[in-house]
Write a protein that binds this ligand. Structure first.
Ligand code: NI
Length: 269
């Protein structure tokens, strides 16, 4: 499977579970805008069978290379970003992982159980990148216990491996080419923005400004029946030039800590 086919799979999967993102995308296209992806973000656990060292193999095989390392203290995450070696027009890939050793024994055991349920053939196939929940039947009690410790853990438990979010690269936009402009546009169309830490995360001095919609709520089947769960958001990024004139391509740990809160239930009032 080539890069384009993988991105198509990921996007089609993302818009089914995050219909607001598709609505925003369609509205931007209808405005005559040029919608380019800045990055696609993935989540995983630090268990060695599925950690970022494991998942990155597929991206490295597809022509990507490691460009940045991050630690998000508040959320107990580490992350890496990857850029395509030869084609700067390809979106960056961002993989974060929950450092499970910093959580309870219960959470660690649940993660182990999930990982043990993944078929070995899938673990070694690039198809794992869009395999969704490959952990088996979901238990709502487990979900709630994980949720109490980490929203991130609960999200991966329910949605598994797939794009957590796509990100519109604001620099490529024709008219809506500031974060303010895109935010005002979204609000005028009735979308709610993630306001944790302010609607705009980062500053021009930090060379990256970002905002995002609030996550969609979807009905998910559990052993006990169907329940509402928050899924994915759509993100927007504006990048600023470094001293050499090139646009900064990295990420800011403090801002991403806040962006992770787009899938936080408490903020989705
Ligand atoms: Ni992002």
């Amino acid at each position: 499977m080539n890069l384009e086919q993988i991105f198509d799979k990921l996007w089609n999967q993302y818009i089914i579970e995050s219909p607001d993102s598709k609505r925003v995308y369609d509205l931007l296209i209808a405005e005559g805008e040029n919608v380019v992806n800045d990055h696609i973000a993935f989540r995983t656990f630090s268990d060695c069978s599925v950690d970022k060292d494991h998942l990155q193999k597929f991206w490295l095989n597809l022509g990507y290379e490691i460009k940045g390392e991050y630690r998000f203290e508040a959320k107990k995450l580490t992350a890496r970003h990857y850029e395509h070696k030869t084609d700067p027009n390809q979106p960056k890939i961002f993989i974060s992982q929950l450092e499970i050793r910093e959580f309870s024994t219960y959470l660690q055991e649940q993660v182990k159980k999930c990982v043990m349920n993944i078929p070995t053939a899938l673990l070694n196939s690039p198809e794992i990148l869009f395999s969704g929940n490959c952990f088996g039947e979901l238990d709502y009690d487990v979900y709630q216990k994980l949720l109490a410790e980490s929203e991130y853990a609960a999200w991966v438990y329910v949605f598994g491996f797939r794009a957590n979010h796509f990100t519109v690269y604001i620099n490529h936009m024709k008219k809506l080419n500031t974060v303010q402009a895109i935010n005002e546009f979204l609000k005028s169309k009735g979308f709610k923005l993630n306001s944790a830490g302010g609607e705009i995360k980062g500053t021009p001095e930090q060379l990256l400004e970002q905002s995002s919609t609030m996550a969609n709520e979807v009905m998910v089947p559990f052993k006990q029946g169907k329940f509402k769960v928050l899924n994915s958001f759509y993100e927007f990024a504006k990048r600023y030039p470094m001293s050499d004139g090139k646009l900064y391509q990295g990420f800011i740990a403090a801002s991403a800590d806040k962006l992770f809160e787009s899938t936080y239930i408490s903020n989705n009032i």
